[in-house]
Design a protein around this ligand. Structure first.
Ligand SMILES: Nc1ncnc2c1ncn2[C@@H]1O[C@H](COP(=O)(O)OP(=O)(O)OP(=O)(O)O)[C@@H](O)[C@H]1O
Length: 262
């Protein structure tokens, strides 16, 4: 039966492109030996992937390459369907507006209010003059930022200066800033590294409840194997200059993860 006849027509399979596809990636700084090479993996829409490995293994460097913040020495990267090599400034900015970063040090602007810091997360979406001070930003931006602060239970702190927050509160604000623009993909680079264990647990639980609800693709790094296994769908292990592991969490235990550090 002809596939295109009405009787035989079937719904076309939905082929979703990976949100991130990395092929044969290598990175060296200057004349130093490559930090890693031959790294290939894909991350699907809505997946949470934990990237683990020793200090200096190259996790942050790999993620910075993936976001197009630094150029790899070899290999190719497709981010949200766009090949990064040769991408012009305007296309790169459009792509960046769909991604976000939550870093170890939350990088809030210390002297500005919590609200202004979250409005800052919307800058990639604004055209024309780009205002992010709360007194100048468009009303819609202020409302979006307040809604994001509600999600992380920080609305009551909107007018507080960012440098008057605790570490856990700051990281909640950083999460609101990363989520306010409804990104498709988020990178979280050791998001709990500067937090005490209780605040770390709280921030991880909050972060993952929000990204799961909003179907955001997440790649996170962590030295906490429990977090990697609890919040990752899949684990990537970087060590000895290569990707040593790419496996679903269901197939792994903490002992296998520790081998990456040998
Ligand atoms: N801009 C740079 N110039 C030169 N070397 C760099 C630069 N950035 C990173 N490196 C080196 O690359 C290596 C990997 O660093 P990277 O921060 O990516 O590791 P990491 O796995 O994220 O480590 P950690 O777990 O400690 O955060 C390190 O040896 C670091 O010194």
């Amino acid at each position: 039966m002809a596939l295109d006849s009405k009787a035989g027509a079937r719904a076309a399979p939905v082929i979703t492109m990976p949100d991130l596809k990395v092929e044969g990636l290598a990175k060296a700084f200057g004349a130093a030996p490559a930090i890693f090479s031959d790294v290939s993996f894909t991350v699907s829409r809505g997946e949470a992937v934990a990237l683990v490995g020793s200090n200096g293994a190259g996790k942050s460097t790999l993620l910075r390459c993936a976001l197009g913040l630094i150029a790899p020495s070899a290999g190719r990267i497709e981010l949200l369907g766009a090949e990064l090599t040769g991408l012009g400034g305007r296309d790169m900015r459009a792509l960046r507006a769909q991604t976000g970063l939550v870093a170890q040090k939350h990088n809030l602007v210390p002297r500005l209010s919590v609200l202004s810091n979250v409005i800052h997360g919307l800058l990639g979406q604004q055209s024309g003059p780009r205002y992010w001070h709360q007194a100048l930003a468009p009303r819609a931006a202020r409302e979006k930022a307040m809604a994001a602060l509600e999600k992380v239970s920080m609305a009551d702190f909107a007018q507080r200066r960012a440098d008057r927050l605790s570490g856990g509160q700051s990281q909640r604000v950083a999460i609101a800033r990363a989520l306010v623009a409804s990104p498709r993909l988020l990178i979280a680079d050791e998001p709990t590294a500067s937090l005490d264990p209780a605040a770390g647990e709280e921030v991880m639980a909050l972060f993952f409840s929000l990204v799961r609800r909003e179907n955001v693709t997440v790649i996170f790094t962590s030295h906490n194997m429990t977090h990697a296994l609890e919040y990752g769908d899949r684990i990537l292990g970087l060590g000895r200059g290569r990707l040593q592991l790419d496996a679903p969490v269901a197939d792994l235990c903490a002992a296998e993860l520790r081998k990456i550090y040998d």
